[in-house]
Design a protein around this ligand. Sequence first.
Ligand SMILES: [Zn+2]
Length: 262
Amino acid sequence: MIDSHCHLEQEIYKNDLDEIIQKCKTNGLRAVITSCTHPKDFKKTMDIINKYRGFVFATAGIHPLYIKEISEKEIKEYMELLRNNKDKLVGIGECGLDFHYIEEPEQRERQKQLFIKMIALARELNKPLVIHARDALEETLKILNEENAANVMLHMWGGHNLMDQVNTLGYHVSMNSIIMKSKTYGKVIKKIPIDKLMLETDSPWIAIKKVDDGYEIDNKGKNDPTTIKLIAEKIAKIKNVEFEKVWKTCSDNAVMFFNLNS
Ligand SMILES: [Zn+2]
């Protein structure tokens, strides 16, 4: 299995990343994709993939929620940095739109412009895109479509009512432990073909804890990529397929999507 989306550069892993990577290997993971979401994290992300070469791979973008703290000059410099390091990246993102906490029209417009630039960069560098979308799902699909984005992974996608469009466009969806509590995401899982599905943990976030009748989200917990097994089990139930089928197919999908065998 491959964790298609997490954030290993976060402070919380400062002292135990070696242990976590070892735990991933003994739990049957074959790779982890870590996503750099802010220019300040880029160097740390590169250090991590150099240290765990061949096991941890990186994508890099700017999370839309950081829009207010990033100047146009920084965006320009960062895009150049990504160009110069394109051989170290397996994708661009996460990037996209998040209107949940960003209300100012001019900042939403800046998010859109940054998103369009990221799509163009992915095309220029021939890399797949990792997309974050929240409270702007239709706008996100509209921009991806208008900009002719080709290889798209919608991370933690909640737009079950937009799945016809997603499937027509041929996009991938990656899902995490949010499906433990939310029926909305379960509907997405039912509608996405298994050959377009990838699994992720979004670690260190969206930890889960065991309760009497299953699992629930533990907002204070520290997640790591090994919880992907529980997500695979849940998805096997929702899709009514064998666990092994989910485990293998979603892993193969990630290898192909991120071109990990090259
Ligand atoms: Zn993320």
